[in-house]
Design a protein around this ligand. Structure first.
Ligand code: IMP
Length: 171
């Protein structure tokens, strides 16, 4: 299936660098734990942490909420954090907030672990599909209601390795 470019690799790089600078300035003098939500956020997180210049630890959390292109609404933790985040400043890194149901679940779950603070960085936001309001502290791009692939995001596990964000064009 042909793929149209939605956001180029160059535009992503420039925006990720901006977010990194903003995060660096907001957390000056503090340490953070970057919680990367697997699998879709792994490339965004890898680029974002290299644009952040404060001491940080990384941890990973596996979530499953999607089958194909539709949110099932039921969120499952497929692999949990390796360390407690109690008393820590947590920065959650997500690929996309679509309905918001996944982040609503995760942010509530993290609050029960008594972190000092929790903020959210999301590469993408699709407000047209929003079912719950999720505060995104650091947002890469707002996009229309299209299903995107690439830069970590998949369609049935494919296309994560595209260096840009694309949209499949049904022919
Ligand atoms: P939500 O619970 O509907 O907000 O869905 C969030 C998750 O669904 C994201 O972390 C992605 O893994 C997946 N997702 C939502 N929209 C897309 C898309 O356009 N492309 C690829 N994955 C998506």
């Amino acid at each position: 299936m042909p793929i149209d470019t939605l956001i180029s690799a160059e535009s992503i790089r420039a925006r990720v660098d901006e977010l990194g600078r903003q995060i660096t300035s907001d957390y000056a003098g503090q340490e953070i734990v970057v919680v990367t939500v697997l699998k879709g956020s792994f490339i965004f997180a890898a680029d974002l942490v290299r644009a952040i210049d404060v001491p940080l630890a990384v941890d990973f959390l596996g979530l499953r909420s999607y089958e194909g292109t539709e949110s099932s609404g039921v969120v499952q933790i497929t692999s949990d954090l390796t360390k407690s985040v109690e008393g820590k400043h947590v920065l959650v890194v997500e690929d996309i907030v679509d309905t918001g149901l996944t982040m609503q679940y995760l942010l509530q779950n993290l609050e029960t672990r008594k972190p000092a603070s929790v903020k959210l960085a999301s590469l993408l936001h699709k407000p047209a599909r929003s079912k719950v309001k999720i505060p995104i502290d650091y947002l890469g791009f707002t996009i229309d209601d299209v299903f995107v692939i690439g830069y970590g995001l998949d369609f049935d596990q494919h296309y994560r390795n595209l260096p840009y964000l694309g949209v499949m064009r049904p022919d």
